[in-house]
Design a protein around this ligand. Structure first.
Ligand SMILES: Cc1ncc(C[n+]2csc(CCOP(=O)(O)OP(=O)(O)O)c2C)c(N)n1
Ligand SMILES: [Mg+2]
Length: 467
């Protein structure tokens, strides 16, 4: 029965995220005035937010791509002139030299001489570091809670804290975030509280999704953060559509969408990149290339020089960044945002990193990769301690503040879990609401069947959840 319930919840969830998502989440925006404004609880982010609307744009014009006109003979071809050549030369399948990786901090957290990077104030740098520590601590505590059987599932972000937090710091709250599932740090940065994270993971009444999503599948209208659908890469075309609407409304905002190396092997990635280029949509594609798509290594995924080179094929400006260098990540996203909005164009960022934890709590990654490999990234290439060294070298951090922060965050998290665990669950009827104005016959039939089953086997159903 418990298994049936899980299937039922997951099924309804999948249905909602795939079929009903737009109706549920966008309807208020479509029917209300074009611009909605809200205040972010985080003082650093307190700025007016503009949301996207659904009005259609008149027409678009693809970027003209003209080859060098010097050549005597050119083909005047739709989309741009092409020079002729008598040489039969195939384009090489790979560049002579791999695309370099932009970094600002060396492995000891010291800024590399002559590196160009965006200024980060003391206030922002301290919030960045504090949020990275909070994210890391949340992962440790929630992961342990899952192992104790207190929640059914969890996804850690360990090793990818810099991508999460530094990218979030470089965005504005008016930018729309369309995540995969390993970017809770962006939501944390925007002011989603530890209690809200815990409520979602425990699927209680305080959860925005009313307990209908899997744990760690967060979403918050208030924080301009689309609800996670873990069907890989499906978020990418959505992100382009949202960015296109921002452009139509001439908003001073862009969309940031996240995905993994595995996501880049999906058709949706290619469709999204091409659409974004043709529509000249202000969207930043942030690829977390963490080496693995569950047990599939990069070598089984592609033969290209990673993901960054694919941008060029679609006419999208791209950069490869050291994803474990918070300062490089911040600078790249900061510059990307500026270009995306002021030039109305998509940007692709390939951030090189490593998934230090298991894929999820349903995985044991030591079955397909060596413990040495994991250990090397966990200890020697930890993005959090690397950034700490930089703020320490600026005189902005010390051991005492570190201890205070870690102990306070730990206490808050343990309290949040306790509260979330004891909170009431949403009623069973909520499983069937919020997708359709008038529920279809098959859904009504499922609801009836579920209620009858609960009546027949009451001992199998938790007494504290109302039907
Ligand atoms: C369309 C689809 N296919 C397969 C899966 C199963 N799946 C879940 S996560 C994952 C790997 C994704 O890897 P990547 O995009 O690199 O993200 P990472 O987990 O490494 O952060 C797969 C194949 C899925 N959720 N959706
Ligand atoms: Mg991956």
């Amino acid at each position: 029965m418990a298994f049936c319930m899980r299937i039922s919840r997951n099924f309804i969830h999948t249905l909602k995220s795939k079929v009903g998502f737009f109706r549920r989440d966008l309807t208020p925006w479509l029917t209300s005035p074009c611009v909605q404004i809200f205040e972010n609880p985080d003082p650093i982010l307190q700025t007016n937010v503009t949301r996207f609307t659904s009005r259609r744009f008149e027409s678009i014009k693809a970027e003209e791509q003209c080859s060098s006109a010097d050549h005597a003979q050119v083909l005047d071809f739709p989309g741009g002139k092409v020079a002729f050549t008598p040489q039969m030369e195939f384009l090489s399948e790979s560049p002579e030299v791999r695309s370099p990786c932009y970094r600002v901090l060396d492995e000891y957290g010291l800024s590399i001489e002559h590196s160009s990077f965006a200024e980060v104030s003391k206030e922002v740098a301290i919030k960045m570091y504090s949020d990275m520590v909070t994210l890391q601590t949340m992962d440790t505590i929630f992961y342990e809670a899952q192992r104790q059987g207190r929640m059914s599932f969890y996804v850690t972000t360990i090793g990818e804290e810099a991508i999460n937090i530094a990218s979030a710091a470089a965005l504005s709250i008016s930018d729309i975030v369309v995540p995969q599932y390993r970017e809770p740090g962006v939501l944390l940065w925007r002011g989603f509280s530890l209690q809200e994270f815990a409520n979602q993971c425990f699927g209680n009444k305080g959860d925005n999704g009313k307990g209908r999503q899997m744990p760690a599948h967060y979403g918050s209208n208030k924080h301009n953060y689309f609800t996670i659908a873990s069907t890989i890469a499906t978020q990418l075309p959505h992100a382009v559509g949202a960015a296109y609407s921002l452009k139509m409304d001439k908003k001073d905002a862009c969309v940031a969408t996240y995905f993994g190396d595995g996501g880049s092997s999906e058709g949706d990635f290619h469709a999204a990149l091409n659409f974004a280029a043709v529509l000249e949509a202000p969207v930043i594609f942030i690829c977390r290339n963490n080496g693995w798509a569950i047990s599939t290594p990069l070598s089984d995924q592609f033969r290209s020089d990673g993901i960054v080179v694919r941008g060029k094929a679609y006419g999208v400006r791209s950069i490869r960044v050291d994803g474990n260098d918070a300062l490089a990540m911040y600078s790249a996203v900061h510059a990307a945002r500026k270009m995306a909005i002021s030039e109305s164009r998509p940007i692709l960022i390939e951030a090189l990193t490593y998934r230090v934890g298991h894929h999820t709590t349903s995985d044991d990654s030591t079955k397909y990769r060596s413990a040495d490999e994991i250990e090397c990234w966990r200890v020697k290439r930890d993005p959090v301690s690397r950034f700490r060294k930089w703020i320490e070298s600026n005189g902005w951090w010390c051991d005492e503040t570190e201890m205070e922060l870690r102990s306070s965050v730990r206490k808050q998290l343990l309290h949040a879990i306790q509260v979330a665990e004891q909170a009431e669950k949403p009623p069973i009827r909520d499983l069937f609401t919020d997708v359709y104005d008038v529920p279809p016959a098959n859904l009504c039939e499922q609801e009836k069947l579920l209620k009858e089953t609960i009546k027949r086997y009451p001992q199998e159903y938790p007494a504290h959840v109302s039907v």
